[in-house]
Design a protein around this ligand. Structure first.
Ligand SMILES: C[S@@+](CC[C@H](N)C(=O)[O-])C[C@H]1O[C@@H](n2cnc3c(N)ncnc32)[C@H](O)[C@@H]1O
Length: 231
């Protein structure tokens, strides 16, 4: 961020919007986690556990990459799955395969959506995704088990499936930015995606962080937009 001292002097004068003077970016993320994300975000009526600033970036990446296959890890009720499918519909190509250990809550329906029920850690799930990804332009969004060891294992297992110039998006590293006694920092009860990303990138030089995807600052995926720059 440029010139924070100058920015600190900027304040709204309308007293009805005094909250804007009190809340900083960290405060906004805490507010969003506390009061918004779990029950006040939806896409086409289906609950969607996303910071919508990130969804705009997803739209930009989908248009740029034009994937044949989006692998979504973590479906929940399918709001994000339907969002991805409808963006693909607008683009005119591609499908979403959404993986979850439990699809009993899934509400979305769209011809571009396919479901795969099982854990990202299951060998059979990996083999099926590997089969479907073969020869296709693939982008992966990880929004499943966010604990450090699982994220690292998923990154290492699935990195080969991501196409060159496409992305492996790792969600919710925001939890690692906050101390453990806060809502976000205590969400997992231990380390989450961010240390997994850092360990992965230290070993796998095919991926780099695309920080342009974080230019709105209010992201749940700090250092989580991983672009594959080499095969
Ligand atoms: C954060 S929610 C997904 C939210 C959804 N993508 C959205 O934006 O609305 C995480 C989901 O991951 C699933 N999950 C947890 N561990 C998993 C694993 N190892 N493999 C696949 N899915 C898993 C959970 O059942 C849950 O539905």
């Amino acid at each position: 961020m440029s010139n924070p001292e100058k920015k600190a002097k900027i304040a709204v004068t309308d007293t009805a919007y005094e909250e804007l003077n009190r809340m900083n970016l960290a405060g906004w993320l805490d507010y969003h986690q506390r009061e918004v994300v779990f029950d006040r975000v939806s896409w086409m009526g289906i609950p969607t556990w996303k910071n919508v600033m990130d969804l705009w970036v997803y739209q930009e990446l989908l248009y740029r990459v034009q994937p044949d296959l989006v692998i979504e890890m973590g479906s929940f009720k399918g709001g994000s799955t339907l969002y991805l499918a409808q963006i693909l519909e607008l683009i005119g190509r591609g499908e979403v395969i959404s993986v979850d250990i439990d699809h009993s809550r899934f509400e979305a329906q769209h011809s571009r959506i396919g479901l795969l029920t099982g854990s990202t850690r299951d060998e059979a799930v990996f083999r099926e995704l590997q089969r479907r990804a073969a020869g296709r332009r693939v982008l992966i969004i990880h929004d499943a088990d966010h604990r450090r060891d699982t994220v690292l294992a998923d990154l290492e297992t699935y990195a080969d499936l991501v196409s060159r110039d496409s992305y492996f998006i790792v969600e919710d590293g925001v939890v690692d930015l906050f101390p453990p006694d806060t809502l976000l920092g205590g969400a997992l009860g231990g380390p989450g995606p961010l240390p997994a990303i850092r360990e992965f990138l230290a070993r796998d030089k095919r991926f780099v962080i695309d920080r342009e995807c974080q230019r709105y600052h209010l992201t749940y995926n700090p250092d989580g937009f991983l672009k594959k720059i080499a095969d």
